[in-house]
Design a protein around this ligand. Structure first.
Ligand code: TYD
Length: 214
């Protein structure tokens, strides 16, 4: 199974990815956790370039191609082989981030983005995508609370985030693989909701594995 997590920065995605990975591992599944951009040697170098605040002259097209280049490495080198080997792959962001951030956020043509997403991902579509939806006001609070130095992407402003959020909500409406979660709930409640959604497919997987053993 290929499961992706999407949402704005500080929406709590990474915590949920870790909790789900631990839960799946306890149930005996082999799990691989990844995050975008990065995850390969080339991808990590691209990540540094993308998040570096000194790269103020980066064009929107460069940004789009760099995120996509990192993804291409990750799909070919890591994700596809892992899925073929029977692992569950959990990815913190995938090509919907490009649709939401570069498409809705920066304003690049959604048609262009869809074509590049398909190409860079080698047509690999997630089985299920969890969207942790959060109001912009709450994001603002969390950024202030964290008091960390914002990276290049995080310096794009709240109006940018509003557009990105709308992009995600549009994807959630259109794509049947989407499951919308309220990120204002407690960490445990969000995890329970995720587990409840996944439980039927996980049980089915266990049945199939057991049948193979018989
Ligand atoms: P990261 O520190 O990994 O943020 P997070 O923990 O929120 O995922 O930085 C990734 C940043 O890159 C984040 O601001 C979202 C952005 N991004 C895009 O703009 N397009 C993309 O295709 C991807 C994968 C990420």
């Amino acid at each position: 199974m290929f499961i992706t997590f999407e949402g704005l920065d500080n929406s709590g995605k990474s915590t949920q990815v870790q909790m789900l990975a631990e839960h799946l591992t306890r149930k005996g599944h082999r799990v691989l956790v990844l995050r975008e951009p990065g995850g390969t040697e080339i991808g990590e170098r691209i990540r540094t370039m993308l998040l570096d605040k000194n790269n103020i002259s980066m064009t929107e097209a460069s940004e789009l191609f760099l995120f996509s280049a990192s993804r291409s490495q990750l799909v070919k080198e890591i994700i596809k082989p892992a899925l073929e080997g029977g692992m569950a792959v959990l990815c913190d962001r995938y090509y919907d981030s490009t649709t939401a951030y570069q498409g809705w956020g920066r304003g690049i043509s959604l048609e262009v983005i869809a074509a590049i997403n398909r190409y860079a991902s080698d047509n690999l579509v997630p089985d299920i995508t969890f969207l942790l939806d959060i109001p912009i006001k709450e994001i603002e609070k969390r950024i202030l609370r964290a008091k960390k130095n914002n990276d290049r992407m995080e310096s794009s402003g709240l109006e940018f985030y509003e557009r990105v959020r709308n992009g995600y909500l549009d994807l959630a409406k259109k794509e049947s693989r989407y499951r919308l979660l309220d990120a204002l709930q407690t960490v445990d409640d969000i995890h329970d909701a995720i587990w409840e959604i996944l439980a039927p497919s996980i049980e089915k997987h266990i049945e199939i594995e057991n049948e193979k053993k018989i």
